[in-house]
Write a protein that binds this ligand. Structure first.
Ligand code: GUN
Ligand code: FE
Length: 423
């Protein structure tokens, strides 16, 4: 990997409330890692070549904490139902198609190409129950230069035969084989255990997945407290659990001894939030999905105040777009409606907070990712906003705000992941 210096107008988060802005700064990247931002090039870095981005904005790469690769094929369609009907009417029929590796390869190529050309550099991705198609997706992601966790989905009950694993034993055996195949083939595309959600996973399956979690030290991702119908169903299925989160915790699949992402947490109770805090679970906030599926709006600024791990997510195809710039906008807008209409004690998100969630909040799941501080991986997007007409010069914060509200992947001039330029 080549070392270099990149020059431009840098923005990153100092804290959820505060941006750091460095105009005309020089950032040396050594071994893929940031070495600080300087007004002039320090002597020790002077031999390095300089990539001069002029006045372009350089932002940290963003992390999508929850996205369904197979659902990219029907993004922007089927927005007329709530979660459980939506899964049965649109999602499961589409996911069934990934039993055909040729279909999967073609559909996943569209997903990966769109992800490459977005502001996302890291992602936690759901595939389907099919091992071959999931390995194919992982091969494409590895090739792309992005860094990701990918889950072969597990489900063995309460779903159509076409997407149901025959029984818990077979599901666990196939999942173990997939983990070993993926581990031997990929470096930057890692397996993550993915019980879809409690309604589709039997107790025997959950127990088997915990054995795999221990044996291979794997992280876990799933869905939590998204929709009222779903939550009521989990209460019936797992009556001994004091909250939905406990239905995972019972099996040791709710963080604590492993990294864990739970998508949504729209309706989490105080008891559930305490469990999330104790176990360091990451909340993946998907504001567009919450709106499209009429799930509600997660009180995300409260989660920040409580010091929980929170990041942003597109949840395609609950969300229609892979753009985390759009997710930032939707997070701000949804939080304003929540504040106005539901609960004025929870303040709307600021631009600074939304930017923090998209960069630092989600990046923390992947290591030292999401800011340009010394020692962090150099994940970055270079934004050329010069084609966005404005009669007067704008300061960098205003340029960021406009990039969020007028989100357009065509403004991305270059993208780096861990110091490697991927375009
Ligand atoms: N809960 C279980 N599966 C899904 C899914 O595919 N999307 C969303 N948004 N929620 C889910
Ligand atoms: Fe989801």
């Amino acid at each position: 990997m080549k070392d270099f210096i990149i020059k431009g107008c840098f923005l990153d988060s100092e804290s959820p409330e505060k941006l750091r802005i460095v105009e005309a700064g020089y950032l040396p990247v050594v071994g893929g890692v940031c070495r600080g931002i300087f007004p002039v090039i320090p002597e020790q870095f002077q031999p390095l070549p300089v990539t001069d981005c002029g006045d372009k904005l350089i932002l940290p790469g963003m992390s999508d904490l929850h996205v369904h690769a197979p659902q990219f094929a029907f993004r922007g369609l089927g927005m007329d139902m709530e979660l459980l009907d939506w899964l049965n009417s649109y999602t499961f029929p589409e996911e069934a198609k990934y039993s055909d590796p040729a279909y999967a390869e073609k559909a996943y190529a569209g997903f990966v190409d769109s992800l490459v050309h977005s502001t996302t550099t890291r992602a936690a991705i759901f595939a389907t129950v099919h091992p071959a198609a999931t390995l194919g997706l992982m091969a494409q992601l590895e090739q792309s230069g992005l860094r990701s966790y990918v889950g072969k989905v597990n489900m063995d009950r309460n779903c159509p035969d076409t997407v149901r694993e025959p029984d818990a034993k077979t599901a666990v055996r196939e999942t173990e084989r997939w983990i070993c195949d993926a581990g031997s083939r990929f470096h930057h595309t890692k397996p993550i255990l993915t019980p879809r959600f409690i309604p589709t996973c039997s107790d025997a399956l959950m127990a088997g997945l915990k054995d795999l979690q221990r044996k291979y030290s794997l992280p876990v991702q799933s869905h939590l407290s998204e929709n009222f119908g779903e939550i009521a169903w989990v209460r019936e299925l797992s009556p001994a659990s004091g909250c939905y989160g406990e239905a995972y915790q019972r099996f040791g699949l709710f963080g604590g001894d492993h990294p864990c992402i739970m998508a949504h947490c729209v309706h989490s109770t105080d008891r559930e939030l305490e469990l999330i805090r104790q176990n360091g679970v990451f909340i993946a906030h998907s504001p567009e999905s919450n709106m499209n599926l009429a799930s509600g709006v997660a009180p995300v600024s409260r989660y920040l105040e409580l010091g929980l791990n929170v990041g942003l997510a597109t949840d395609v195809a609950g969300g229609s777009s892979l753009s985390l710039l759009r997710a930032m906008m939707h997070a701000i807008q949804a939080s304003k409606l929540r504040w106005r209409l539901l609960d004025d004690s929870i303040r709307p998100l600021s631009l600074e907070q939304a930017f923090y969630l998209a960069t630092v909040g989600g990046g923390a799941f992947f290591g030292k990712v999401g800011r340009f501080a010394e020692g962090y991986d150099f994940d970055a997007v270079v934004l050329d906003d010069s084609s966005l007409f404005h009669p007067q010069p704008l300061d960098p914060r205003s340029r960021l705000e406009r990039a969020v509200y007028l989100a357009d992947d065509r403004h991305i001039a270059a993208k780096y992941v861990a110091g490697k330029k991927i375009f």
